[in-house]
Design a protein around this ligand. Sequence first.
Ligand code: IPD
Ligand code: CA
Ligand code: CA
Length: 256
Amino acid sequence: MTKDLEKEVIEKIIPVIRECGQMMLKAKEEDIGSKTEEKGSRHNLVTKYDKLIQEKLKKSLSEIMPDASFLGEENGEQPDIEKGYAFVVDPIDGTSNFIKGLDTSCISVGMTYDAKPVAGLIYNPYKDELFTAAEGKGAYLNGKKIHVNNDAIEDGLVAFGTAPYNPELSEKMFSMVKSYFGKCLDLRRFGSAALDMCDLAAGRTCLYIEPLVCPWDVCAGTIIVREAGGIVTDLDGNEIDIVTKTSIKASNGVAK
Ligand code: IPD
Ligand code: CA
Ligand code: CA
């Protein structure tokens, strides 16, 4: 597939991701709050909307690109995405925000080729913000080109994730976050890894860090940040492996 085709695929996904956003906006409080389930830990919740949106995306994406594999957070069995094209999907990123009515959640659709992120869409229906990127074609917010900012760490906001489903990492995480608190403008914990990456790409923050994330949390965000001129590595500065869980450090390239 050529890069132009990746752009074409994005165009075809846009109406689908917007419809999924409408499902989030119309979600009924009683369906969200009282019908949550736990996945492995009391921190990790799932609602019927996570499942409905994933089903819708799985069906629509298979019509758009029948040969691509589908890796979704709410899948039981996960396909091997090492070779060829795959969609890496988080139907709702920021589920606890969604349950609590914080209006800071999104739908994240990444596309990989041989396990490298090549295109991505992230939609925040509450702000009607649609972020898109395809490799070599730049990153966009509602069709307008975006770029990371130039903030040095002293002048910039640092967003962090708490890796809430891995409490064994909390000491390491809070000591790292504390060291940033000493040097940055201020810290932010928004509750959606995908939106944290979009905020960086849009020049709102200078850094996003988290000690453990899953492929669907950061696949689309990685290509969006890179196409906006930012850098994405693990916390040790190594290339991230999108197929497995990883730590993450996304920066504007200036803030350290
Ligand atoms: C979570 C959110 C959160 C991040 C976690 C993710 P979910 O995703 O992105 O901000 O700290 O690591 O797992 O569970 O809401 O899809
Ligand atoms: Ca997620
Ligand atoms: Ca999710």
